[in-house]
Design a protein around this ligand. Structure first.
Ligand SMILES: Cc1ncc(COP(=O)(O)O)c(C=O)c1O
Length: 415
């Protein structure tokens, strides 16, 4: 990675010609993975559908310069946002009286929820609130603890790589503000026991945040297809917040997530309001001040365009791809899945094969597989477009497991 010295690059004294600078942009982009090529796992979620991409580009162009900060000036952007929130709420059974907002991504959705949970705890007199989160939870919870002066209490996993309910009972304490459950988690694609964790939270009158950043746009469609999806959404009584990312399996471009609160009053605590300056009332429900309008309008358009049936259709094909990959993994001697992943995120482990060396071979063949540290192994996050290359993926994986050298020691890096 070539990060320029912040004191070296200067504004060109005279602007470059458009052709010249676009050539430079293209040259730089060509050195990065192709976001359409279905060789990346995670980070981007290609569908392989040109019609959807054309729509995303068209709506983006219309709203590229919009600012969602002021809903009084841009009431239609606020309406798009409200409709995305409501459509997402419908998918996860947000009850009457609930509310939420769009954010820039899963991390911001989690941050806003943790802030609200801290405020809820403060209202009960807790000075330093704790987040009780499985060790498999996304780093955004640690980030929230760091930003908001909270403590992260790490909940161990059971032998199935799910949050350990017994340990949760022991670790929940007088300062616990919120219990986190992932539906499903990033490292292994495994569902935490949401109902059991939410029951503990409910008994104590504390929050239960379900991280549906990945699952929010996967599980409702799996359920519609008849898969056995354990209870995880607002139909579980103690669940107070759910985050769901439209920019993952909702298939819009980056910058779109939704945070939902069972209780709109608590959503109200997300807002920062200030009028002690010379330019009137300032209010905002998230980290951003100026807030890009394009991701909001685009998320709306993608959701409207696909509709429930469109998402179900994509999920049917995606799960067929997942089944193919899982069948291959089952046939690989010495390699096994970590836990029992519910959907398109799979982690591989092995006691006899160095899976980082396997990843090196995959890298050489142009795949960008991710590495897990615990358990040591591979991480595959499948997107719809992987269906177009699944035979090649499977052949390369089988071959790499059979023929690999020593690991080059490339580290696991999520970001
Ligand atoms: C389960 C889960 N939660 C939260 C996030 C954070 O989302 P973002 O990267 O959009 O901030 C991710 C990202 O991969 C995730 O997998």
């Amino acid at each position: 990675m070539d990060i320029p010295d912040a004191t070296q690059t200067r504004l060109p004294s005279v602007g470059l010609a458009v052709d010249e600078l676009l050539a430079e942009v293209d040259a730089r982009q060509s050195r990065e993975p192709d976001v359409h090529g279905a060789r990346l796992f995670g980070l981007v979620y290609p569908t392989g559908r040109d019609d959807l991409e054309d729509l995303i580009v068209a709506v983006n162009r219309r709203y590229l310069f919009g600012n969602a900060l002021n809903p009084f000036k841009f009431p239609e952007i606020a309406r798009f946002e409200g409709e995305v929130v409501a459509m997402t709420g419908g998918l996860v059974h947000l009850p009457q009286g609930g509310g939420g907002s769009m954010t820039s991504g899963g991390t911001e959705s989690i941050l806003m929820s943790m802030l609200v949970n801290r405020e809820r705890a403060a209202a009960r007199g807790i000075e330093r609130a704790e987040i009780l989160a499985p060790v498999s939870a996304h780093p955004a919870y640690a980030k929230a603890a760091h930003y908001f002066g909270m403590d992260l209490v790490r909940l161990p996993l059971d032998e199935h790589f799910r949050a350990d309910v017994g340990a949760a009972r022991e670790l929940v304490g007088p300062n616990t503000a919120v219990i986190v459950a992932s539906a499903f988690n990033y490292p292994y694609g495994v569902m935490d026991p949401v109902a059991e964790l939410a029951a503990i939270a409910s008994e104590r009158g504390i929050g239960c945040h379900v991280d549906g950043c990945i699952g929010g746009f996967v599980l409702p469609f799996m359920e519609a297809l008849g898969y056995d999806v354990p209870p995880w959404d607002f139909r579980v009584e103690g669940v107070t917040e759910i985050s769901a990312d439209v920019h993952k399996y909702g298939y819009t471009a980056k910058g779109a997530s939704v945070i939902l609160h069972r209780d709109a009053d608590w959503f109200g605590r997300q807002f920062f309001v200030y009028d002690q300056w010379g330019s009137g009332l300032y209010g905002s429900p998230g980290v951003a001040g100026a807030k890009p309008a394009a991701p909001i309008a685009t998320a709306w358009a993608v959701m409207q365009s696909l509709g429930h049936a469109g998402y179900v259709e994509i999920m049917r094909d995606l799960m067929a791809t997942v089944a193919q990959v899982r069948a291959t993994i089952d046939g690989l001697e010495g390699v096994e899945l970590v836990g029992d992943p519910i959907g398109p995120v799979l982690a591989l482990r092995s006691d006899s094969i160095d899976l980082y060396a396997v990843a090196d071979v995959m890298d050489e063949r142009g795949w960008h597989v991710n590495r897990n540290t615990d358990p040591y192994g591979l991480h595959l996050m499948l997107s719809p477009a992987h269906g177009l290359v699944v035979d090649q993926l499977i052949n390369d994986l089988v071959d790499a497991v059979a023929h690999h050298g020593e690991s080059r020691g490339k580290e696991a890096r999520y970001s």
